[in-house]
Design a binder for this molecule. Structure first.
Ligand code: GLN
Ligand code: ZN
Length: 757
């Protein structure tokens, strides 16, 4: 049986692309060097796959920043504000990705959004009324040729026309429908060009087909592809879907002129049912996504072979594939020298998954596969008893009662008590938690991890950073302070490291956006807090000032969503286990005199099922209670904050209110403040700080700009409920730009405050 990979990670085994790009941004290296590093990476990635014997290897799955952005630039979808900068190729691309401020002008970055239910973020392309969609770029062609020179026939992959249009934003009067013809033409020219170049297969990624689709959507899909596929001569086209099933358009898809269809049989709960019910055309190739592109556990050969055999009955032309791009898993276990053997045995990262594809594609052809050692060894792993089980934790979860999820007294009453308790001015200013992680901060952490300094020396340094940070904030004039989060590398890993049941990797990085990578910890067993985690840092910080300092925790849903979860118990069970651990920490902070506690749920929306009909019973019905479990035990005067990142909250705004926090801050600046209307319309009760500027760009917002944002907010939000803050933590920013930005933020808040009086 042949094997395929939807896409491969791009940042490099040791994050080479990240480091090269960052040097390029700082002008420490030139374009040529960045290009050279990238070329090397592509070559390496192709060769990994070739050596593993993969038959269908992708090209153009590489990106300098993001694939949606690549597609926008390829198709000439570049808003005027970036064109005006008159920058050259690569730099206009990076201006769209990161914003630009310099000699050429000033432009904010494109909006960034979560990529379906993953922790990857894509750049949202923007169409304007005068946008002329045309195939103007050549990246996919160049990369295909490059692979060819390496002796590889690849299948170029590109975001499909439907997903491209569905995920884009339309700034003018024109809508997606108005661009159909030009978009179809542009994709058709791409197809033609690959055809001429002699490419055998072309892959269109269409994950948007697993979202709920209505009649208009189906119409859009059909019209786009009927036009695009008209141009098909020799080349074959693979329509690749992932992250769910295509129940709304399956019948249409199989009737269209695709040569192959890629279906996710892991997250697609109805994929089997669809094939069973409607069949699969004999002349088409079914790319069966059965190797998990999102999780790091070994594939169960016994189960997978059974499934493959069943599928063979429906689709004689079957190719074994990954469930989605391997972009969402780390590179290789080879880098993990410190994992225990028993732990390692359970995992497969990208390179090991290539091996699984290979093994399975051979085993499936073998009638005596049960006698093969690779098969027997795989079975053994799944029969063993699991590591790190904890009876007590299981019992605690089982004993939870309704009252454990309800905070008393009610919000109104708490609000009154807290206004008195804190005496904060109108429009109180604060930040989201982290301050710039300078070289010094990072060096301190690495010295400690390398064993060059001991825990005591490490903590002394951390305390020194905290002290500077508090002084800085006092000077800037913020109202509610933070300790700066210098003790943590990452908001999830740090907690994981302090909880039992977790397993850590050293180099298992996964791209989150652009040059940012995360190293998700792995929930291996039952999760339990064994000792206080943040208390000493918060207490120290609070001791330095009369202003309130927020205790800073990560919520259970985010910890869960940003970890690799177990596959043997439910997400709900895991969320409650973590919820209990965070609750213990909250109560310890309160006991130690911390009066405001922020429990970040940055990733709350991340695992929201893609289809609306699944939202409650599969997710929100336990996710929201898991958060409430953390804070329901605090005193009325203790103020609970939460924070959320990138995503559209519009549709779950009432559920966010039900989290019953006192204050919430969230990303708003990049999504153009549309959330404000929803807050008003739904009568949002929680006090709220929609971010007044975008921290994902080094740009310094002006006082006027922030005042303007605040005015807009005040037109929708009661002045007694509005907070002023950046849209996320500041850890990725430089110190100078941060201080300037925050000074402007407090100046703007003061100015608006005075006007309100
Ligand atoms: N408190 C965290 C920080 O400030 C929140 C980060 C996030 O939302 N991603 O870094
Ligand atoms: Zn955030």
């Amino acid at each position: 049986m042949k094997s395929a990979v939807v896409g491969f990670p791009r940042v490099g085994k040791l994050r080479e692309l990240k480091f090269a790009s960052e040097k390029y941004f700082k002008k420490e290296i030139g374009k040529e060097e960045l290009l050279a590093v990238s070329r090397e990476l592509r070559k390496e990635h192709w060769n990994f796959q070739k050596r593993a014997g993969i038959d269908f290897i992708s090209s153009n799955d590489f990106s300098y920043y993001d694939g949606m952005l690549d597609t926008a630039v390829l198709m000439n979808v570049m808003p005027e504000k970036y064109r005006k900068l008159k920058l050259k190729g690569m730099d206009i691309y990076f201006a769209m990705a990161r914003g630009y401020q310099g000699e050429a002008g000033d432009a904010q970055a494109l909006a960034m959004k979560k990529w379906f239910n993953t922790n990857y973020h894509y750049m949202v392309p923007e169409f304007e009324d005068n946008t002329v969609v045309r195939l103007t770029g050549d990246k996919p062609f160049k990369e295909y040729e490059e692979a060819k020179k390496e002796g590889l026939e690849t299948k170029p992959v590109i975001i499909g026309a439907y997903t491209f249009l569905r995920l884009s934003r339309f700034n003018g009067i024109k809508r997606a429908e108005d661009f159909i013809s030009d978009v179809a033409k542009a994709y058709a020219s791409l197809l033609r060009r690959f055809d001429k170049m002699g490419a055998k297969w072309l892959q269109f990624d269409e994950p948007a087909l697993v979202m709920d689709m209505n009649k208009e959507d189906i119409f859009l899909l059909k019209i786009l592809y009927s036009k695009i596929l008209e141009e098909k001569k020799e080349i074959k086209v693979l329509l690749q879907t992932y992250f769910g099933d295509v129940r709304d358009c399956y019948e249409d898809l199989i009737a269209m002129d695709f040569d192959g269809i890629g279906i996710d049989f892991l997250e697609g709960r109805r994929s089997y049912e669809l094939i069973g019910k409607y069949g699969f055309p004999k002349e088409k190739v079914l790319f069966a996504g059965l190797i998990n592109g999102k999780n790091i556990w070994k594939c169960n050969y016994e189960k997978t072979l059974k499934k493959l055999n069943e599928l063979k009955n429906y689709a004689p032309q079957l190719v074994l594939s990954t469930s989605c791009s391997l972009l969402h898993v780390p590179y290789t276990l080879e880098n993990e020298t410190e994992l225990k053997e028993e732990e390692k045995q359970s995992f497969a990262f990208a390179l090991e998954k290539l091996q699984e594809l290979r093994n399975l594609s051979i085993l499936i052809e073998n009638d005596n596969f049960t006698k093969e050692t690779v098969y027997e060894e795989n079975c053994k792993i799944f029969k063993k008893e699991r590591l790190y089980q904890n009876r007590q934790v299981k019992e605690q979860v089982a004993a939870l009662q309704n009252s454990d999820f309800i905070r008393k007294p009610e919000r109104k009453e708490r609000e009154r008590i807290q206004k008195e308790e804190f005496g904060l001015p109108l429009l109180p200013t604060t930040t989201i938690g982290s301050f710039p992680q300078t070289q010094e901060v990072k060096r301190n952490r690495s010295s400690y991890k390398n064993g060059e300094i001991d825990k005591k020396a490490y903590d002394e340094k951390v305390f020194a950073f905290i002290k500077d940070c508090i002084n800085e904030q006092e000077e800037i004039g913020l109202d509610v302070l933070v300790h700066g989060e210098y003790e943590r590398n990452d908001m999830v890993e740090f907690f994981g490291e302090n909880l039992e049941g977790y397993v850590f990797t050293k180099r298992a990085w996964v791209q989150s956006y652009g040059t940012r990578c995360v190293k998700p910890p792995i929930i291996f067993g039952d999760v339990k807090r064994v000792k206080p985690i943040t208390v000493k840092y918060s207490v120290y910080a609070q001791g330095l000032t009369d202003k309130p300092v927020k205790g800073m925790l990560t919520g259970p849903v985010t910890i869960l969503n940003w970890s690799f979860p177990r596959e043997d118990i439910s997400l709900e069970q895991m969320a409650y286990q973590i919820g209990i651990a965070i609750r213990e920490e909250v109560l310890d902070l309160e006991k130690a005199g911390i009066r405001i506690i922020q429990i970040d749920e940055a990733a709350l929306k991340e695992k929201l099922p893609i289809r609306r009909s699944d939202w409650y019973k599969e997710y929100l019905d336990w996710a929201i209670p898991a958060f409430r479990l953390c804070h329901s035990g605090v005193k009325p005067e203790t103020q609970i904050h939460t924070h959320m990142c990138y995503s559209e909250f519009d549709e779950i705004i009432e559920d966010i209110d039900h989290m019953d926090a006192d204050v919430i801050s969230f990303e708003a600046s990049r999504s153009k403040l549309t959330i404000l209307d929803v807050l008003k319309e739904k009568n949002f009760e929680t006090e709220v700080g929609p971010g007044v500027y975008d921290i994902h760009s080094p740009r310094v917002p002006s006082v006027e700009e922030i005042e303007e944002a605040l005015s807009k907010m005040l037109s929708r939000i009661d002045k007694n409920k509005l907070w002023v803050n950046p849209d996320c933590g500041l850890k990725t920013r430089g110190t100078t730009e941060t201080i300037s930005s925050l000074r402007n933020l407090t100046a703007a808040a003061k100015a608006v405050r005075n006007r309100l009086k």
